[in-house]
Design a protein around this ligand. Sequence first.
Ligand SMILES: C/C(=C\COP(=O)(O)O)CCC[C@H](C)CCC[C@H](C)CCCC(C)C
Ligand SMILES: Nc1ccn([C@@H]2O[C@H](COP(=O)(O)OP(=O)(O)O)[C@@H](O)[C@H]2O)c(=O)n1
Length: 194
Amino acid sequence: MSSWPLFSNSTEARFFAAIVPLLNCIRLLTYGLRLSTDEALVKSVTREGKPEELLRGPLYYVIVLLVSVLVFWRQSPIGIVSLSMMSGGDGFADIVGRRYGSAKLPFNENKSWIGSISMFISGFLLSALMLFYFSCLGYFTVCWDLALGKLALVALAATVVECIPVNDVVDDNISVPLATMLAAYLLFGYSSCC
Ligand SMILES: C/C(=C\COP(=O)(O)O)CCC[C@H](C)CCC[C@H](C)CCCC(C)C
Ligand SMILES: Nc1ccn([C@@H]2O[C@H](COP(=O)(O)OP(=O)(O)O)[C@@H](O)[C@H]2O)c(=O)n1
């Protein structure tokens, strides 16, 4: 996402930016369906070392990246915030929650208070940082007096969705960005950040 400003201002730029996530989709499908083998990839992005794991979290992650590039790109805060909540928020929830998450949530024994709080804080901060980055480069204007409060609500929505026990049905690499996209669209609209 931080490399998006490196692409030209042409209308086709987003399609060039989509090439890398698209190739990774193909790569994950190829190895996840065992059409070929890549032990290093399987070892680096799966928990149990099973190639079929590539077809879940990692594949959803890259599909969300692909959708964010093609549908939202640089002129909408929605894709930027969704990717920030998925990568920064959910990522930190995992890292902090695994290590320090002894106090579990009452409604979800697999998630912890510290994990969810970490998700909210890290997702909010990364989203604000990325909005600042893209606004400094002139892709959109951020009305910070309004945007920070709305961003906190978006981060809260994503955090709540992440911690409810639906992960067995819907992977949080789908539910978190979808919840973020909906909340961001309702609060910001497509291309506004005020
Ligand atoms: C490990 C990943 C997701 C698992 O999430 P979770 O189940 O733990 O919640 C991410 C998988 C990433 C994928 C294998 C490679 C993605 C590459 C990306 C499209 C672009 C990378 C650009 C590079 C840094 C130049
Ligand atoms: N809100 C959260 C999220 C994750 N975690 C911890 O992180 C681990 C992995 O979380 P997860 O099942 O959501 O994994 P990801 O697919 O999101 O990486 C959980 O088993 C918890 O130990 C947490 O404690 N609190």
